[in-house]
Design a protein around this ligand. Structure first.
Ligand code: HEM
Ligand SMILES: *[C@@H]1O[C@H](CO)[C@@H](O)[C@H](O)[C@H]1NC(C)=O
Ligand SMILES: *[C@@H]1O[C@H](CO)[C@@H](O)[C@H](O)[C@H]1NC(C)=O
Ligand SMILES: *[C@@H]1O[C@H](CO)[C@@H](O)[C@H](O)[C@H]1NC(C)=O
Length: 494
């Protein structure tokens, strides 16, 4: 009899326990204490972010939440950073982006589109073919925009990043939509300005979110939808017109010359030859929007990478000679136009390490924001709920000696030489391109551009910071931007 009672009790207790576990609230990361309601940690996050996050981690552990701009956000330290990148069933980059940016409204005609597939099929595997054009158009754009002319004197440039968006747009436009550069000044301008014009929506501090989380984005969406403010329209008109001209011209020429037609070799032509392209019924708006999505991903990121690498070297003249000697050696392989064979990129070992160091120390304190798309439990038992936005605590990854080696935060340009870690190689201690299955598919393309750009600058120009000091990144809260301090550039006398 008593056995039945014991069994019954065990059954009841376990039922009760399992029901409790089932209904249990999630075991969420600790929310860092704050004093002022509504404002929460917004002030510290904006104006004292580095110290603030350090203190949070010390007191609250590897994963903690803070209250900023009316939202609870979770910051994930180095121990669990890889979860965010590898568990794409639970963490989603584009969902997080769409929470704060009305990309779907700006690019209304995008349609179903897999940029990673397109880049893999038509850009990454053809980088060797594009190498010569990339160099020619990059070098001529550099000369054009860093227009020192023949008078030798040094010239001061403020805001290298701005200059870089123009320079970098030239080779990217060349490879994306065609080689007739001289004919499309207007298009280059659109390539270089589309991102910053659109991102103006991101620069407004989300003050409305203090009233209700998400209200700012709601308001921005109304602005765009109603047509009161749409920074993309003028660029769309320009690019759509250009693409339409190109596509019509190419279709006509192909019809006229048949097999003897020499097809232009670029991304646009590749897209036109895909199965899903219907020459009878072309949506130019959709073609243009696809280009814009790629422009959004490629121009400001690559321009930022170039500007940072350039500022980092200008700040540290002690490394100039060593890099110069390497470039001089590599340049012996150049043809009569100064164009290097594709393989020469692999011989720029010191420069590659320099670029990797510049990207490693890109300076974001938090990065890679992802939205949680289903409740997720970390291996330490902490849980984050669906719809939470999480950030990788990048500074935590970069401060760590066991991940980075000695002096983790000091700029040591040759620390990656002969370590089998080239600048395009993702790893858990190097996050500028994210990681896992969704790591940036444009990184090989970007690194090649940065290296060719630096190669050319090191060989042909002298440059230094106007202040004579190391110019640090410009911080806006946890985000780092290239320094806008003056750089003095002059042509090398040969
Ligand atoms: C230095 C330059 C660049 C940096 C720092 C950069 C960085 C990133 C990062 C951090 C991501 C998110 C990865 C993740 O979610 O884990 C990303 C994604 C992406 N990048 Fe880049 N990128 C650069 C250049 C480019 C270029 C030149 C292109 C195109 C030619 C490009 C195309 C893309 C695309 C299409 C994605 C989305 C991938 C996906 O969602 O699966 N990027 N990039
Ligand atoms: C992330 O969200 C986007 C847009 O909703 C979707 O297309 C994509 O497949 C998602 N990625 C994953 C890994 O679930
Ligand atoms: C043309 O394409 C659009 C979608 O892009 C489709 O809705 C339409 O039916 C197509 N028209 C023809 C004649 O195929
Ligand atoms: C996710 O967690 C919430 C509590 O924050 C809970 O109400 C919900 O049922 C959970 N969803 C799933 C699918 O377990």
């Amino acid at each position: 009899m008593y056995q039945v009672i014991i069994l019954g009790t065990i059954l009841l207790v376990s039922l009760y326990v399992s029901k409790r576990i089932h209904n249990q609230k999630l075991n969420m990361p600790p929310l860092v204490r704050y004093k002022i309601p509504i404002i929460g940690h917004t002030y510290s996050y904006l104006f004292n972010c580095e110290e603030f996050l350090k203190q949070c981690k010390k007191e609250y552990g590897d994963i903690f939440s803070i209250y900023v701009w009316g939202h609870v956000r979770t910051i994930v330290g180095k121990e669990y950073a890889q979860d965010i990148l590898s568990r794409d069933d639970a963490f989603n980059f584009s969902v997080a982006f769409n929470k704060k940016f009305p990309g779907d409204l700006l690019l209304k005609n995008l349609g179903p589109f897999d940029p990673t597939r397109l880049l893999k099929d038509h850009i990454t595997c053809k980088l060797d073919l594009y190498s010569e054009r990339m160099q020619k158009s990059l070098y001529s754009a550099t000369q054009k925009y860093i227009d020192i002319g023949d008078h030798d004197g040094p010239k001061v440039f403020n805001n290298m990043y701005h200059l870089m968006t123009r320079i970098i747009s030239t080779p990217i436009a060349n490879i994306f939509i065609g080689e007739e550069e001289s004919q499309y000044e207007e298009v280059i301008k659109t390539f270089s300005e589309f991102t910053s014009d659109s991102a103006a929506l991101l620069k407004v501090p989300p003050i409305l979110d203090f009233i209700y989380p998400g209200l700012q984005n709601y308001f921005n969406r109304i602005l765009v939808k109603s047509g009161l403010y749409n920074p993309a329209t003028k660029h769309q008109d320009i690019l759509t017109k250009h693409i339409k001209n190109q596509v019509c011209k190419r279709l006509e020429e192909k019809k006229k010359y048949g097999d003897s037609w020499k097809r232009p070799n670029d991304f646009l032509q590749d897209i036109m030859e895909r199965d899903d392209f219907d020459p009878i019924n072309v949506s130019y708006l959709s073609l243009a929007d696809r280009m814009f999505a790629l422009i959004f991903a490629s121009i400001h990121t690559t321009a930022g990478g170039c500007a940072n690498a350039f500022m980092d070297l200008a700040s540290r003249p002690q490394y100039m000679q060593e890099l110069y000697e390497e470039q001089l050696e590599v340049h012996k392989e150049a043809d009569e136009n100064g164009v290097l064979p594709f393989e020469a990129l692999n011989k720029m070992k010191k420069l590659d390490s320099f670029v990797r160091e510049s990207l490693r120390l890109v300076g974001h304190l938090t990065s890679l924001e992802h939205a949680v798309i289903k409740n997720y439990t970390f291996s330490n038992g902490l849980q984050v709920p669906k719809d939470r936005v999480v950030y990788v605590y990048a500074d935590d990854v970069y401060q760590d000696e066991s991940l980075q080696g000695p002096n983790p935060k000091s700029f040591e340009p040759f620390r990656h030489v002969d370590k089998n870690t080239v600048a395009s190689k993702i790893s858990k201690n190097y996050l500028p391109f994210g990681g896992g299955r969704h790591a940036c598919p444009g990184r090989y393309f970007a690194i090649n551009e940065i290296k060719f750009f630096m190669h050319n600058m090191i060989l042909n120009y002298n440059f230094r910071t106007e202040s004579g000091k190391v110019e640090k990144r410009k911080m806006i809260g946890p985000a780092a931007l290239p320094s806008t301090s003056g750089i003095i550039i002059e042509k090398k006398v040969k």
